[in-house]
Design a protein around this ligand. Structure first.
Ligand code: SF4
Ligand code: SF4
Ligand code: FES
Length: 422
């Protein structure tokens, strides 16, 4: 078969014509999340949409696309990453998933995808539907609370004489996967265990077999799917032959502690200076952007109209927007004023404070001064934020590890003990 050139996120790759896009991306070290895709189910199911990418300008599932000459694919734009995350969040909000009590924990593709995509809560309201747990099958338990209706079981689980064991029942929101008790009883032990294993969640459980592999030895106890791939989103720093990245930083309603922390990198700053250049930043004293930047790092939340303008400008001018420190993430210490009406805050600061002049009755006001907001806003309340670095302040190594992993796709993991809150 002919070899074709195709593009992912602006970078050229090669693969055989007709190769499934998920496989071609994988061969080239690019991770596209997937849940329902199974190499040998042809045509692919395309039921979960976890693999949605922009393919030749349209949002489509990658698992149903095939390589052809000139194929253009976007995988890791912030919008697509967020869309895929939202899709998996929906699965969690639609079912009733209690991972700590689930027999599939550590072996579950859905749970693993949740970790891979950084999901800790879902933005959608949980439906808490009263799903059935079906104990009737001879060897299996059907836990409908966990089914994502991927239909792998329908396609893959057949008796020796090719009779289906699972089928789709009802429609729309009421769809559920039915099990034919008679056919289930005819499955061999091996086939029953295979049914449990191909289910990407803990919806199909074989009695007495689900805990056969202990925790700590399960497929996803430690492994990240993304770490099995080379990160090709951005070129790795290879001194002498790489593009210097530009970073902009700013401190809004923060204490400058995060910027001071950044400088704590000490002499390693010399290495960093070879890899990145700073544009608008208190570190350079460049007041206005002189170019678009690869990365923007924002310290502090928004307490006035100027903060809002600056933050919006950062979002506009930076490919990736990172907020660092608790003030930027949720308002931090300045947000203590959020429970007190603004008028009372100003009176206390300018009229009744111990250092106010006797008889003073002016709250500073001038059209050139930024207006104070009714409360402190965290950055994500104002603009879309791509990444958050927690800590107060985060340590220098933590900040630079994040920067390097975002700009050059370096593997990065963080121990709980590395979080710092002074
Ligand atoms: S099926 Fe997976 S995601 Fe759902 S509760 Fe079990 S381990 Fe968690
Ligand atoms: S039971 Fe498992 S394999 Fe079958 S549709 Fe539900 S999640 Fe998919
Ligand atoms: S993996 Fe492509 S739609 Fe499910």
């Amino acid at each position: 078969m002919a070899t074709c050139s195709f593009w992912i996120d602006g970078k050229k790759y090669e693969a055989e014509e007709g190769t499934n896009l998920i496989d071609a991306a994988k061969e080239n070290g690019v991770f596209i999340p997937s849940l329902c895709y199974f190499q040998h189910i042809d045509p692919p199911l395309g039921t979960c949409r976890t693999c949605t990418c922009k393919i030749n300008g349209r949002n489509d599932p990658a698992c149903t696309a095939y390589i052809h000459e000139g194929l253009q694919v976007e995988v890791n734009t912030p919008e697509l990453v967020d869309m895929r995350k939202a899709l998996v969040e929906m699965m969690f909000s639609e079912g009733n998933h209690f991972c700590p009590a689930c027999e599939k924990s550590g072996n579950c593709n859905l749970q693993h995808m949740g970790y891979e995509l950084g999901i800790s809560v879902t933005r959608f309201p949980h439906l808490f539907k009263d799903h059935l747990i079906d104990y009737q099958p001879k060897r299996m338990i059907m836990e409908h609370n966990r089914c994502i209706k991927c239909k792998r079981c329908i396609e893959e689980v057949l008796t020796k004489d090719e009779k289906r064991v699972f089928m789709s029942l009802n429609r729309g929101n009421e769809t559920m996967i039915g099990i034919d008790y008679e056919q289930e009883a005819r499955l061999t032990d091996e086939q029953a265990i295979n049914a449990m294993n191909i289910c990407p969640t803990g919806a199909i459980i074989v009695r007495g077999k689900s805990m056969a592999k202990p925790f700590g030895e399960r497929a996803f106890d430690m492994v990240s799917a993304q770490k099995q791939f080379k990160h090709n989103i951005l070129e790795k720093p290879n001194k002498g032959n790489f593009e210097k990245k530009t970073i902009a930083t700013v401190s809004l309603a923060g204490c400058f502690g995060c910027h001071m922390s950044m400088l704590d990198i000490d002499e390693e700053i010399m290495d960093i200076a070879e890899l990145v250049s700073f544009n608008k930043s208190p570190l350079t004293d460049i007041k206005n952007f002189t170019q678009r930047c690869h990365l923007g790092i924002v310290e502090g939340g928004c307490c006035n109209t100027e903060n809002i303008e600056t933050l919006k400008k950062f979002r506009e001018m930076c490919d990736i927007l990172v907020v660092m420190g608790e003030c930027a993430v949720w308002g931090g210490l300045p947000a203590m004023r959020n429970t007190i009406p603004l008028g009372e805050c100003l009176e206390e600061a300018y009229l009744n404070c111990v250092t106010s002049e006797q008889g003073e009755n002016t709250v500073p006001y001038h059209e050139d001064l930024p207006k104070i907001l009714d409360r402190i806003y965290s950055c994500n309340e104002i603009v879309k934020v791509d990444y958050m670095i927690p800590g107060c302040p985060p340590t220098a190594t933590h900040i630079w590890k994040v920067v390097k992993s975002l700009l050059w796709g370096e593997d990065y993991s963080l121990l709980y003990s590395e979080f710092k809150y002074d």
